[in-house]
Design a protein around this ligand. Structure first.
Ligand code: NAD
Length: 376
């Protein structure tokens, strides 16, 4: 089977779907790999490195797409690229299918079998293919770096001849993949860390990383039967905000990562809470693009509210393109090795790892998950 790797077309997207070291392993498993010229350049992977691993270089998107059975990309294709896909081929990438409805219609017409990577199940079996876990890991790490850089204070406790500096106090909201990585990173830098998540199951993980898990009585079930976080009631969020209000006022840094899949991010930090924070404090709102956990955050901007900085970073993985691409590439490799058997993908297989991300198949939209999200 021929795999095509194309250059990203979305502005400021520096990642590449496959890095040279993966090419070697893919070829060893019987795939042929075609890489669009300069596809990896922005992430520091050069054409020569791909060629050395056995890939061939194609001149353009259309050249790569026309030669490939499976096209791999990080972000969704643009309209022009969607028109250039080879009829009946496979496309594997983030698809943002809720917002890119025109693409989905084009895939139906061209009988593209498209897999949306954001829909990969977040199960133990699929963990090595879960690109959202990789991006969350990178975002959690970098959020702490962004906060540390924006602050005028030190992170670790320091006992010096010029006196003792107390450790930074960090509050993490949401202890999923990004939140846990933020806890680990802030602890490594010497901060004192508190965290809250609606899923009590993560208490142990927070504590094993050296964080303190904030507790509140949970009368509602916070996760569904598959372990996914559930949207909480307005009454719950009100009580949660009372808890956050007490702790955020004493924090130097708040990193918010609270999110329920497919929903707008819950607003947990209101203006009156930010008013209680000391000038110089920093909020990094990782959910800014999903509406924000802080009502003052703006995606892609830093808001200065009476000296408190509220930062809403966008596309952190692209800021860390070299390693983000390496992780993405390994996730894709694992996915390809899982779904391609005897040179074929069995689209009728009952395997959840095939069915959940499959958006369009043989000219039809088949994703129940997508239909459910669009109908809500
Ligand atoms: P995740 O699903 O692993 O974690 C989200 C966590 O939020 C879950 O543990 C969930 O239980 C918790 N949660 C849900 N509602 C809550 C509430 N009301 N209060 C407290 N916790 C609550 O997701 P993730 O991979 O860790 O990503 C977290 C956020 O970071 C998402 O919004 C994601 O889009 C964003 N993100 C941003 C970037 C970026 O570049 N800006 C990159 C990656 C991820």
């Amino acid at each position: 089977m021929k795999i095509g790797v194309v250059k990203e077309s979305i502005a400021n997207e520096k990642r590449v779907a496959i890095v040279p070291e993966s090419v070697k392993r893919l070829i060893a498993k019987g795939f042929e790999v075609i890489v669009e010229k300069d596809a990896g350049k922005a992430a520091n992977y050069l054409d020569k490195e791909y060629q050395d691993m056995g890939a061939s270089i194609a001149n353009s998107f259309s050249d790569t797409a026309s030669k490939s059975d499976i096209l791999l990309k990080v972000r969704h294709v643009n309209s022009q690229e969607a028109d250039q896909l080879k009829d009946g081929s496979y496309l594997i990438s983030f698809q943002d299918p809720v917002n890119q409805k025109d693409n989905v219609s084009k895939f139906e017409k061209k009988k593209i079998n498209s897999f949306a990577l954001e829909f990969i199940p977040r199960s133990s079996l699929a963990q090595s293919m879960d690109v959202l876990s990789s991006t969350g890991t990178i975002a959690g790490y970098k959020a702490v770096m962004i906060a540390a850089n924006a602050q005028q204070k030190l992170f670790p406790m320091m006992m010096t001849a010029a006196g003792t500096i107390p450790p930074a106090k960090v509050l993490i909201l949401g202890a999923g993949v990004a939140g846990l990585q933020a806890i680990a990173t802030a602890r490594k830098l010497g901060a004192v860390v508190e965290a809250f998540d609606t899923r009590p199951a993560v208490k142990e993980e927070v504590e094993s990383l050296g964080g303190k898990f904030l507790e509140m009585p949970l009368e509602e079930d916070a996760q569904d039967d598959q372990g996914y976080a559930k949207e909480m009631s307005a009454e719950f969020i009100k009580k949660e905000m009372e808890l956050i209000e007490k702790h955020i006022a004493k924090s130097d840094i708040c990193i918010s990562t609270a999110q329920v899949f497919g929903k707008k991010a819950p607003v947990l930090v209101k203006e009156y809470m930010v008013q209680k924070m000391r000038p110089g404090s920093v909020i990094v709102d990782l959910a800014a693009e999903q509406g924000g956990n802080c009502e003052l955050s703006k995606p892609g901007e830093t808001v200065d509210y009476n000296g408190v900085l509220i930062i809403g970073p966008q596309n952190i993985p692209s800021m860390m393109a070299e390693h983000a691409s390496k992780m993405f590439s390994k996730n894709l490799e694992n996915l390809l090795f899982h779904i391609v058997k005897d040179n074929q993908i069995d689209l009728n297989s009952e395997d959840e790892i095939i069915q959940r991300p499959l958006i369009t198949k043989n000219g039809e939209t088949v994703s129940q998950l997508l239909k459910d999200i669009l109908n809500k």
